[in-house]
Design a protein around this ligand. Structure first.
Ligand code: ADP
Ligand code: MG
Length: 764
């Protein structure tokens, strides 16, 4: 059944070679109880390990390099007429798990699982179903008399009982060969006797090879005694005959993945605190990344909200006044004159502007032809310096110019007005002759405005007090204009008739800016933009305009010509707008408006093309690129944290492997394949990775609550800035699993590649 031919075993320690076994020749039959006797260090354990496949015998090549004096001998271990010289790792695994049962001097039970589980462990690597495993484990434990103790752990029972558990484990697969290495060596007389009775009973239908010091035991039980000395057989005698039984030979499957998972879970459960601590350490990196992702997600979301709610109501601006290319980054405009590829593009002060939009009737017609549903309003600004007048209580006429009061035109878009202001009194203006007072978000307005419209503000001013106040716009021909072309200065003097003949305006509404809005600091007196149009219609043929038009500019300097042009604009002598604001009706409509504006330029020479500026886009682009850049920096930091924490997991796994070398040896002795060992360890690290990932996500969600509170406390416009996306969370858990898996891969391979015999000797 078993045949050892010329078996040698060398151990090499640097240049020192120890010959543990020297040319052993033995043949074992099925029904023998062989006792191996010999002094300590003579090679008994080595012999048993080689028979059991825990260690491999030295083959000739090794023998020759190890000791040149040795003659060539072909060594072999023949099992059931099959040579093991060409045995693969798999063959040995199979042999260990199905044909051999081991009993060790120090029991080699796994400490933190129950006796029942220990015995079941003997079958795990044979791929037997869980229910069947339990049934058989209970059977053998009953056979060794431990059915009452099977739910205890090994620390809770006596040494004799431990050895009986080890015997039960060795028997549970019903192997043909039982190998026992000094099974009673650590036991007292009584329990030693019990154990020997048990082994003797087993020996009735199996080949038992037992190593011992004890001559008495040998004489009492053995059917054959082999004596070893210095690795050589010195005696081999048969003592008594034995019965023959046909051994039962079951065929088993390999351990399933599911079993590896269950084993790993058991391990994780037994070291719950430690697992949780490792997972916690691992979760820090995940948490860092999750937080950064959550924040940048929250910010982008908020920016998008702002864009669609607030900024979408901002107008697209088409200006005749040259845009300063140095002041703005090249975003939010369809102007192609900025070249992002040029490294250095010197611009001298005079040529800052490369393009002047020339707004003429065809373009105005083009705008008017736009789909009206796309726009909320198109506002034309003519750049007129309207001269406003008011009367004091003493009937004295005062002007806006003299009082340095700046009145502005009200945005035409109702959407925009409603998004930035709330009406406090009266109504929105309807005709060109109605004006609106705007106070800022804290109800404030410069006192000079109140002086100008003759409102007494000593004491409480109610909004209704302001309604109905009057202003008058002066007509060109009703005022005395002194214009000096040389210095380009203009003096406009008014009198009673100017006031009486002017356009009368009435305050019909008071609005307040919304806190936190783009206009939160806006305040003043606002007229309708249509007032400019009315003024042009009434004044374009005025004497003053005629005078400007008729001026002979032939001997004027360029500067003087420019000054003249400006006066024409400011006094309503020109009926073309110099600034157009287009308010899109929605964010989707805006895209179409921009496309429509771009389409105008197709096929036109550069000089005739019209470029717009989209300030909303500009703002969101800048905000987004800031958030992106910050996120990248933060993500790099978190990535470092993640790498460090996975390295920690790797190191901890490695230490765990070292710590559990013995356990690995035991698992291997009951038939675990290398693959099984790596599977168990890999599953364990993946479980840790999973827990670490989930921990990280949970911590992020927890931290998000106070973080959101904190950020909201000083960022008025933003809400819920830390929002983790579900897909990000799932990816992060997966990344955590993969990273810890990778970190644990090398340690688990090291674990699996330990020679079983060496692993068992660990820490002895
Ligand atoms: P026994 O079990 O009879 O006490 P062993 O089989 O354990 O003896 O050891 C036989 C010899 O081989 C001893 O001299 C021991 O020092 C040596 N030996 C055993 N294992 C190793 C090893 N892993 N490395 C080096 N020498 C070893
Ligand atoms: Mg020994």
């Amino acid at each position: 059944m078993l045949e050892l031919q010329n078996i040698c075993k060398f151990y090499r320690n640097g240049n020192v070679w120890t010959m543990a076994l020297d040319n052993i020749n033995l043949t074992f039959k099925k029904n023998e109880f062989v006792v191996v006797l010999g002094p300590s260090g003579c090679g008994k354990t080595t012999l048993l390990n080689i028979i059991g496949g825990l260690d491999v015998y030295s083959q000739e090549d090794l023998v020759l390099t190890g000791n040149a004096l040795l003659n060539y001998r072909k060594s072999d271990l023949i099992i059931n007429n099959v040579s093991t010289r060409k045995f693969s790792e798999r063959d040995w695994d199979h042999y260990r798990s199905k044909r051999v049962g081991f009993i060790f001097q120090n029991y080699n039970l796994i400490p933190n699982i129950t006796l029942l589980e220990n015995v079941e462990m003997g079958m795990v690597f044979s791929g037997i179903k869980q229910s069947e495993r339990r049934k058989r484990a209970i059977q053998v434990l009953t056979r060794v008399g431990l059915e009452e103790h099977m739910h205890k752990k090994s620390a809770e029972i006596s040494s004799g009982q431990k050895q009986r558990v080890a015997i039960a484990r060795a028997l549970v697969n019903d192997p043909e060969i039982i190998l026992a290495d000094e099974p009673t060596g650590a036991l007292d007389g009584a329990s030693g006797y019990e154990v020997m009775q048990l082994i003797n009973e087993i020996a009735k239908d199996k080949l038992v090879i037992m190593v011992t010091h004890n001559e008495d035991i040998a004489k009492e039980y053995a059917t054959r005694i082999v004596r070893l000395k210095n690795g050589k057989i010195v005696d081999d005698v048969k003592t008594k005959p034995k019965f023959y039984h046909d051994p039962y030979q079951p065929e088993y499957e390999n351990m399933t993945l599911y079993t590896a998972f269950k084993l790993a879970i058991t391990n994780v459960k037994h070291k719950l605190l430690r697992t949780m601590l490792i997972a916690f350490a691992g979760s820090i990196g995940i948490m860092g990344i999750a937080l950064v992702l959550a924040m940048s997600n929250g910010f982008s979301r908020e920016i998008n909200t702002i864009e669609s709610e607030t900024l979408s109501s901002m107008p697209i601006v088409i200006s005749e006044v040259p845009r300063n290319y140095l002041a703005w980054p090249s975003m939010g405009t369809n102007d192609p004159f900025t070249d992002p590829t040029s490294v250095f593009n010197p611009i001298s002060p005079g040529e800052e502007t490369r393009h002047r939009n020339i707004i003429r009737t065809p373009y105005l017609d083009y705008l008017e032809a736009m789909d009206p549903t796309l726009v909320d309003a198109i506002q034309y600004n003519y750049g007129i310096q309207l001269l406003f007048m008011s009367k004091t209580n003493d009937d004295e006429i005062i002007t806006s110019a003299a009082n340095q009061i700046n009145l502005r035109s009200l945005p035409k878009s109702l959407n925009y007005l409603n998004s930035q202001f709330t009406l406090q009194a009266g109504r929105l203006p309807e005709t060109p002759y109605e004006i609106t007072i705007i106070v800022d978000s804290r109800n404030q307005i410069d006192a000079s405005y109140f002086d100008f419209i003759n409102v007494n503000y000593n004491g409480v001013v109610s909004f209704d007090d302001i309604l109905g106040q009057k202003l008058v716009v002066a007509m060109n021909d009703d005022i005395d204009i002194e214009y000096d072309v040389l210095t380009n200065t203009i003096q406009r003097n008014v009198d009673e008739s100017s006031y009486l003949n002017g356009i009368e305006l009435t305050v019909t509404g008071v609005m307040r800016a919304i806190p936190g809005g783009i206009e939160s600091d806006t305040s003043g007196i606002y007229y309708q933009s249509s007032l400019e149009r009315s003024f042009i219609d009434l004044n374009i043929n005025s004497n003053f305009c005629q005078m400007l038009d008729d001026t002979d500019t032939s001997d004027y300097t360029q500067e003087q010509i420019e000054g003249l042009k400006l006066q024409r604009i400011q006094n309503g002598c020109r009926d073309l707008p110099y600034l157009i604001q287009i308010y899109p009706s929605s964010i989707e409509a805006k895209e179409q408006v921009l496309m429509y504006l771009d389409a105008f330029n197709i096929g036109l020479p550069v000089l005739g093309q019209i470029y717009y500026t989209d300030n909303a886009q500009l703002i969101t682009d800048v905000l987004k690129s800031i958030v992106n850049n910050i996120s990248i920096v933060l993500l790099s930091f978190s990535a470092i944290a993640l790498i460090v924490s996975s390295m920690m997991i790797g190191i901890i796994t490695y230490v765990t492997v070292l710590e559990r070398t013995k356990e690995i040896g035991i698992l291997r002795s009951v038939g675990a394949r290398k693959k099984d060992i790596t599977r168990i360890f890999n599953t364990e690290t993946m479980i840790i990775g999973f827990i670490a990932g989930v921990f990280g996500i949970l911590l992020t969600l927890l931290l998000a609550i106070p973080l959101n509170h904190y950020l909201e406390s000083f960022m008025i416009d933003f809400q819920r800035l830390v929002v983790l996306r579900i897909d990000h969370a799932i990816y992060l858990v997966l990344i955590s699993i993969i990273l810890t898996y990778c970190a644990g891969l090398i340690p688990s391979l090291i674990a699996a590649n330990k020679a079983p015999a060496l692993a068992l000797k660990h820490n002895e």
